[in-house]
Design a protein around this ligand. Structure first.
Ligand SMILES: Nc1ncnc2c1ncn2[C@@H]1O[C@H](COP(=O)(O)OP(=O)(O)OP(=O)(O)O)[C@@H](O)[C@H]1O
Length: 452
């Protein structure tokens, strides 16, 4: 099994390269070598490797640059950085950039072998979860994860898929609740049957009834044709109700009755129709609070939440941000038929620091914007900041309310300084130079606007 696991060792020093090759081959791995980052990239484009062990400091392309390029080309390849004592800090930085781990040259090689085994375990786990194992074609969702919390979410979802119980998915907006619902569908014995997806936001009571129960022709003014409702459409399959926390109290009663009795009647008919669907619901609201406030029925809540799955926000699974970003870069470069040849390092730094209030949806939109805006195949942070949603928010705020000029000036100044600091990676001297003010002035602004 180990033979199937192939490793590329990259080092510009022949002796160290050969020693590593020997140690790894003795442990039964298939090992290839490259004497530079450039040479390694060439090999990676022609051969499939599971793991790259690269020296950090090399002539020409260094280990971090190589790591970045590998992750862009194929982020399924894991990278372990090899380093001397003197550059541990850089190695730690490499981990933030997506390296699996680092190994200090003078340490016992057994430690390296144990790191390699951890990579094998991770790969096995990924294979087991039958996620995206395709070349060229991009799958609908990216479910590989290095986060223990998210892995747990997927495990619960998979187990839950095998039962027939109702599932309630909780999590902030944009975390991928619908994605989890589809994952459950795919892993259930109803996978070949229909998945009916309804966003419950904004249904009036009458609309809710005709949407869900359907109606006969002429049942009410405007009912010009017979309409089959969502309950019937989902028969034998899965019914996914997103934003369930948004339906009215009276709609909640009707929904409860239908899921308890598993029977419905179309409006304008008294024929009882049996329905059999697997119910998955989702919300970003705190339903327990809604129950306390009297806006959500507790009996419905208990019905819906036989199994509850919590999807963590993106900022609580930061280790996945980069892989998701590379996934979206590939997705949009394929969709928009644009070759992406380089990614500005500042983007990765920005992503590593940003909190993503809009979660994966926000990361997806950001990436799409970057790929759309590039004209030369290089993704640049400036494209992101110029069109960031913060800017859009500022404009929309201006549309809605009139505020003193002083406030707008302050807001613009604070946003602009923040952007320059981000671009300069919070190097105050450089930011001050770019802004044409003194370091002291910049410090004052930073504390005035609480920018750190
Ligand atoms: N794992 C993923 N891989 C690829 N795309 C994803 C993933 N998770 C979420 N997305 C994308 O992010 C966006 C938001 O996902 P989704 O609609 O599932 O979130 P949600 O939690 O249901 O959001 P809301 O609460 O607003 O309904 C979608 O465009 C979805 O395709």
């Amino acid at each position: 099994m180990i033979k199937e696991f192939s490793i590329l060792v990259v080092d510009d020093q022949m002796e160290y390269r050969d020693v590593l090759k020997l140690i790894l081959e003795e442990s039964g791995f298939a090992v290839d070598t490259a004497d530079s980052g450039e040479n390694a990239l060439e090999k990676i484009q022609n051969t499939e490797y599971d793991l790259v062990l690269t020296d950090l400091i090399m002539d020409g392309m260094d280990g971090i640059e190589l790591l970045r390029r590998i992750k862009y080309l194929n982020n399924k390849i894991e990278v372990i950085i090899i380093t001397g004592y003197g550059s541990i800090e850089n190695a730690v930085h490499a981990m933030k950039e997506g390296a699996f781990s680092y190994f200090i040259k003078s340490h016992n090689p057994d430690e390296l072998l144990s790191e390699v085994r951890k990579v094998i375990q991770l790969k096995d786990l990924e294979k087991e979860s039958k996620t995206t194992k395709n070349l060229g074609i991009i799958s609908d969702f990216y479910l590989e994860t290095k986060s223990r919390t998210y892995r747990k979410t997927l495990q619960i979802a998979k187990k839950a898929a095998q039962s027939n119980s109702n599932i309630l998915i909780l999590g902030e907006s944009g975390v991928g609740k619908e994605v989890i619902a589809k994952y459950i569908h795919k892993n259930s014995d109803r996978k070949d049957l229909t998945f009916v997806d309804v966003n419950c936001h904004g249904f009036s009571d009458t609309l809710f009834e005709s949407e869900f129960f359907g109606h006969e022709k002429g049942a009410f003014t405007g009912a010009v044709d017979r309409r089959i409702g969502r309950f019937e459409l989902a028969d034998k399959g899965v019914l996914f109700l997103d934003e369930i926390g948004n339906i009215s109290f009276s709609a909640q009663s009707k929904l409860l009755k239908a899921i308890e009795s598993k029977k419905i009647e179309r409006i304008g008919s008294n024929k009882v129709i049996d329905i059999d669907f697997r119910l998955i619901t989702a919300t970003n609201k705190n339903l327990t609070e809604e129950i306390e406030n009297g806006t959500f029925r507790d009996d419905l809540y208990y019905r819906l939440s036989t199994i509850t799955i919590n999807v963590p926000p993106l900022r609580k699974r930061r280790e996945d941000i980069q892989s998701l970003f590379y996934y979206f870069v590939r997705k949009y470069s394929l969709e928009l038929d644009k070759d992406i040849i380089d990614i500005d390092e500042a983007i990765i730094n920005h992503l590593n620091q940003y909190d993503f209030p809009g979660n994966i949806r926000e990361l997806k939109n950001m990436t799409e914007r970057l790929v759309v805006l590039t004209e030369d195949g290089i993704l640049r942070l400036s494209d992101l900041l110029e069109t960031s949603s913060d800017n859009n928010k500022d404009v929309s705020k201006l549309d809605k309310e009139i505020v003193p000029l002083r406030e707008i000036r302050k807001e613009a100044e604070s946003n602009y300084i923040k952007k320059v600091l981000e671009i300069c990676e919070y190097n105050v001297s450089e930011s001050a130079r770019q802004l044409g003010i003194s370091r002291r002035q910049l410090f004052n602004k930073i504390s005035e606007y609480s920018l750190k």
